[in-house]
Write a protein that binds this ligand. Structure first.
Ligand code: SAH
Length: 192
């Protein structure tokens, strides 16, 4: 994945397609409600998070928090396979319909709590959490491949640090803080 391919995709992908209410504001660079107390993420942040993942065509990716499926489209476009987990069934179903309509056939939609990852298909080259956690769930780090990357917002209700966790080829972990962000909470044991 190179930056210009991601940017081209970003420009081509119509965000309106992932929205119902607020469709007319799809071009505005901010999060909008998608029902059930959830939001579609800010487009510039979706692009930036995709770039930070440095996806490769052979990658297996785990996404926690499907929401509208907007970020999922980026993941599916630039990797081999995506497992995406969502707790709210109607959101999952809508995202699934949208992404099938866009002809993605490399996504598994999983209904449930993704706090503990998705052990049955681990390890993953990349894990992205699009909801905010109190701390980094250790099981997500366990489910990363060597040379893997995990991207997760960590903090409290008001502000979180977008955190990038890298696992090297020997399994050593390093954490870097990218920038302050504000996401809806990751429901469950690591809730804010
Ligand atoms: N990137 C998405 C953002 C969705 S908001 C988009 O742009 O549309 C975060 C989503 O995470 C919500 O849909 C919420 O229901 C889901 N979520 C919250 N906690 C979760 C959990 N423990 N497991 C799986 N999904 C969760």
């Amino acid at each position: 994945m190179n930056k210009s391919a991601t940017k081209t995709f970003f420009k081509q992908l119509d965000r309106r397609f992932f929205m119902e209410q607020y469709k007319d504001l799809a071009h505005v660079d901010r999060a909008f409600p998608i029902g059930f107390g959830q939001t579609i993420s800010q487009p510039s942040l979706v692009l930036y998070m995709t770039e930070l993942l440095e996806l490769k065509p052979e990658h297996k990716v785990l996404e926690i928090g499907t929401g509208s499926g907007y970020q999922t489209a980026f993941l599916a476009q630039f990797s081999k396979w995506v497992y995406t987990v969502e707790t709210i069934e109607p959101l999952m179903k809508k995202a699934e319909t949208r992404l099938k309509e866009l002809n993605y056939h490399n996504i598994d939609f999983v209904l449930g709590d993704g706090t503990f990852g998705l052990k049955e298909h681990a390890p993953y080259d990349r894990i992205i959490v699009t909801a905010a956690a109190r701390e980094i769930p250790p099981l997500l780090i366990d489910q990363l491949s060597p040379n893997g990357r995990l991207l997760i917002p960590v903090g409290n209700k008001d502000s979180q640090d977008l955190s990038l966790i890298r696992k090297d080829s020997a399994g050593n972990i390093s954490v870097s803080f990218i920038e302050p962000v504000r996401f809806v909470p990751l429901v469950g044991d690591y809730e804010l």
